[in-house]
Design a binder for this molecule. Structure first.
Ligand SMILES: [Zn+2]
Length: 314
C-alpha cells in the first residue's frame, strides 16, 4: 500500500486475531488491548507513534520542546508515548495539536505536563466543553482544554521553530476537524478523516458531532492538494497521496451511487441493501459512526449510507 508501511501491518493482524478470539467468547468481552505502540522515524525531527492506546500521534522535535499531534486515549497510553519520546529527546512536550475531539485522541492529555499548550479547532473545543458539561465522559480534564483555537480555513504558525499549516476546509469526521501539515517535511496528519483500520473505504462520519460526507470529500481533496508525500492517518497505516486519491475516488463513487438511487426513488433500506458496509475488525455490527472496533451488544450503528442519505435528501 505504501513504502512507509511497516510494523503496523503486524499490529493490525494481532488486533484481528485477538478480536476473532474475543468473538468466540460467550460473554461480552472486556475491551481488547490496543495494538502495540510502534515508533517510526519519518524525518530527522519527525516521528510517529502508531497504534498504542488511541489514535496515531505525530511527534515533531522543535528547538527547545516537542510538539505532539494527538494525545492518545488514556493516561497509560499517553505515558507509553511520552516514555518513547523521552528515549528520542530530553526536550519536554510543550504543545499538543488535536485533530478532533474524540476521546481516543484527547483523553491522554491527562498525562501531559501541566501548562502544556493545546491547539485545536474552535468546534473541537466546543465539543470538549459539551462533553465535560455532560459529565466528562470522552473529555480530557478541564485544565487540559485547548488554550488556542483555530477559526480559519487555513492558519500558518511557527511553533518552537517549526512551520505548521493548519487546515479546516469543512466539517468531515466531526465539526472540529483540524488537518496538520508540515510543509518543510511534506507530512500531513489527517486525524480520523482518513483511517485504514476498517475493511472498506467508508469514511467515519460522526453525525452527533455534525460531521459531513460532503465535507469529507472537500477535506480529502484539500489534503491531496498539499505538497505532502506522507499522510499520518488517524488509525492504521501511513498513506501516500495515491492512497488518498484511491479512497477519494471510491467514496465519491459511492456517494454518487446513493444520490442516483435517491433520484430513482429508492428507499434508505433499499440503498443500504444495495451498498452494504463491510464489517470492521472486531465489530459485531459496525458502521461509519461506531467507535473503533465496535461494541458487542450495541445497537446497529449509523452507517455512511445513513448519513449520506440524510444529507442528500435535505
Ligand atoms: Zn480515532
Amino acid at each position: 500500500m505504501t513504502r512507509v508501511k511497516t510494523a503496523v501491518g503486524i499490529a493490525g493482524c494481532v488486533l484481528t486475531i485477538a478480536s476473532a478470539a474475543a468473538a468466540q467468547q460467550p460473554q461480552p468481552a472486556a475491551p481488547q488491548g490496543p495494538p502495540p505502540l510502534t515508533m517510526k522515524q519519518l524525518k530527522p525531527d519527525v516521528w510517529v507513534g502508531l497504534g498504542g492506546a488511541g489514535g496515531n500521534s505525530t511527534i515533531v522535535i522543535g528547538k527547545t520542546s516537542v510538539i505532539v499531534v494527538d494525545a492518545k486515549q488514556t493516561e497509560a497510553g499517553a505515558k507509553d508515548l511520552l516514555a518513547e519520546i523521552a528515549k528520542i529527546t530530553p526536550k519536554p512536550v510543550g504543545t499538543v495539536l488535536l485533530t478532533h475531539s474524540d476521546g481516543d485522541h484527547v483523553n491522554g492529555l491527562v498525562a501531559y505536563p501541566a501548562g502544556v499548550k493545546v491547539i485545536a479547532h474552535e468546534n473541537n473545543k466546543k465539543e470538549l466543553e459539551a462533553a465535560l458539561a455532560a459529565g466528562g465522559r470522552g473529555a480530557p480534564p478541564a485544565d487540559r482544554l485547548p488554550t488556542l483555537v483555530v477559526t480559519k480555513t487555513k492558519e500558518t504558525m511557527t511553533i518552537d521553530g517549526v512551520k505548521f499549516e493548519l487546515y479546516h476546509w469543512a466539517p468531515a469526521h466531526t465539526s472540529g476537524d483540524l488537518m496538520v501539515y508540515l510543509p518543510d517535511r511534506k507530512i500531513a496528519a489527517t486525524g480520523d478523516i482518513v483511517v485504514t483500520n476498517r475493511a472498506d473505504d467508508n469514511p467515519n462520519i460522526h453525525q452527533e458531532k455534525h460531521g459531513s460526507t460532503e465535507g469529507w470529500l472537500t477535506d480529502v481533496k484539500g489534503l491531496i492538494s498539499l505538497n505532502a508525500d506522507t499522510y499520518v492517518t488517524g488509525h492504521g497505516d501511513l498513506l501516500t497521496k495515491a492512497d488518498l486519491q484511491r479512497k477519494l475516488n471510491a467514496t465519491t463513487e459511492r456517494r454518487e451511487k446513493i444520490a442516483a438511487m435517491i433520484k430513482q426513488g429508492k428507499s434508505l433500506e433499499e440503498i443500504k441493501a444495495a451498498l452494504p458496509d463491510a464489517p470492521a475488525p472486531g465489530a459485531v455490527a459496525r458502521g461509519a459512526a461506531a467507535p473503533a472496533g465496535g461494541r458487542a451488544g450495541a445497537p446497529p450503528p449509523v452507517t455512511y449510507v445513513d448519513i449520506a442519505y440524510a444529507e442528500l435528501k435535505r
